[in-house]
Design a protein around this ligand. Structure first.
Ligand SMILES: *Cc1c(COP(=O)(O)O)cnc(C)c1O
Length: 451
């Protein structure tokens, strides 16, 4: 199984590199389609055997049977949820990370990787406007990032609470991501939804203030604002929310899992005014920053507060925890960690930050084109003008079943992946555009199928 004397390392290595290279060179990649358990059972059968299939046979099985049953999230007409369209550099470097057996939880074991990851985090911290002492860690996704930030927030709030008080509430936008509710469940905290402004659909300081006063501000340990809601791409009114957080001394967390990337785009940067006041922030490079799954950048204004909440203490860890160096594992839930920020770092180092700005601006340009094109067609209607790179729209006269049948047909034909969504009880559909290869023709072609 191990050892360099095995001649198959060379053969399998070549086969895997060739497969990977060819997958990345496809233009476009195949969209592919889901298969049922019965279909996969018939096509792949039992893959784990006592003697093993051999690497080449297992790779063939993956290439011919399993991979076509996985949607390519980087297909230019995959516009559902939030797609993931890694740069070739980032995707290729993931192979290197896998081959390198790096333990990136501690400085002692992974200093080179941690150094590079921290520079990538610094680029993001500068976009946010966080001070020099800010820092954090790459975690698997926004869900763990939000949870980790909220754990740090609660720890901090309880440490400074008056005697007999244990803040247990989180205030967040009604449109906050499901992971905030999930984090509250895990933490046995109470989620308090704040109604958004009727006109702008944003969380505002004014609305937040009312809700805090109604429940007692001292019972809250965090406020969560969203810088780019998943469904609509709405950026909350961060400046007024920050002010209210400051007034009551409550931790201000900004969830930018999807939308945080827009900070690098001058054409939308003003929407984020006030973000520099946050106590913690997340953005998923696997969403709109062209990195492969799974990667979320989690940043704290004051990392010492996170360290106090998250450092695991055990006799077998003393050699690490007693060291003064930066141990990424001290800043989130979890201990063992892959250097999951490295593919993102490698791509940033390869291309430079200007290329990121250009790629993000390109997706915004296509989004604006999509909104305008929808406006030109009588049978479709934009529900809300896009702030970022999501456009939600309705097909006039369609029922929920019509949307579903249309969406199923597009996927069945392996033409596009655009699923229905809903808002205020109405079924709608949406384009989430984070792939710079999605172009105007793709948008036109999809809209034509709805006529
Ligand atoms: C996607 C998303 C999350 C969750 O991130 P995962 O990486 O899927 O765990 C949280 N918040 C927002 C706003 C998101 O768009």
């Amino acid at each position: 199984m191990h050892g360099t004397s095995d001649a198959s390392i060379e053969e399998l290595g070549q086969a895997i590199l060739t497969y990977s290279e060819e997958r990345l060179k496809l233009d476009p990649v195949p969209l592919d389609r889901p298969m049922t358990p019965a279909q996969l059972e018939a096509a792949a059968g039992q893959t784990i055997t006592e003697g093993g299939l051999g690497g080449i046979a297992a790779l063939d099985l993956f290439a011919e049977t399993l991979a076509p049953a996985c949607l390519s999230t980087d297909h230019p007409r995959y516009l559902s949820f939030i797609p993931c369209a890694p740069s070739e550099a980032a995707a290729m470097f993931d192979l290197v990370v896998g081959a390198s057996s790096i333990y990136a939880g501690s400085w002692m074991e992974g200093s080179g990787a941690v150094y590079a990851e921290n520079q990538a985090l610094r680029w993001i911290a500068d976009l946010v406007g966080l001070p020099e002492r800010a820092g954090g860690v790459f975690v698997p996704g926004g869900t763990i990032g939000n949870l980790s930030a909220l754990v740090a927030a609660r720890h901090t709030a309880r440490a400074k609470a008056a005697a007999g008080q244990r803040p247990f509430r989180v205030a967040a936008t009604d449109g906050a991501h499901s992971s905030i509710m999930s984090a509250c469940e895990v933490m046995d905290a109470e989620f308090v939804g704040v109604p958004v402004d009727d006109q702008t659909w944003q969380l505002t300081g004014e609305r937040l203030r009312e809700v805090l006063l109604e429940h007692g501000p001292e019972t809250f340990f965090a406020v969560v604002a969203t810088s780019g809601t998943t469904n609509f791409g709405i950026v909350d009114d961060l400046a007024s929310v920050a002010e209210v957080c400051r007034e009551f001394g409550i931790w201000f967390h900004v969830d930018g899992a999807y939308g945080g990337a827009g900070l690098a785009a001058p054409s939308v940067r003003s929407s984020y005014a006030g973000i520099e006041h946050c106590d913690s922030f997340i953005v998923d490079p696997h969403k709109w920053l062209f990195a492969p799954f799974d990667s979320c950048a989690l940043l704290y204004r004051d990392p010492a507060l996170a360290r106090a909440a998250h450092t695991q203490k055990a006799s077998y860890l003393d050699v690490l925890t007693d060291a003064p160096e930066w141990n990424p594992t001290d800043y989130s839930v979890g201990l063992t960690r892959r250097a999951r920020g490295l593919p993102f770092w490698f791509s940033l180092a390869t291309h430079g930050t200007k290329a990121y700005t250009e790629a993000i601006e390109r997706t915004l340009e296509v989004t604006r084109f999509a909104a305008a094109e929808i406006g030109r067609r009588a049978y479709v209607e934009v529900v809300r003008e896009p702030t970022l790179s999501v456009v939600v729209f309705r097909r006039l006269g369609w029922s929920a079943a019509d949307y579903q049948a249309w969406s199923d047909r597009l996927l069945d034909e392996e033409f596009a992946f655009v699923v229905p969504t809903s808002h205020a009880g109405e079924t709608l559909t949406r384009f989430a555009i984070v792939n710079p290869l999605t172009n105007e023709d793709d948008i036109v072609a999809i809209l034509d199928t709805m006529a």
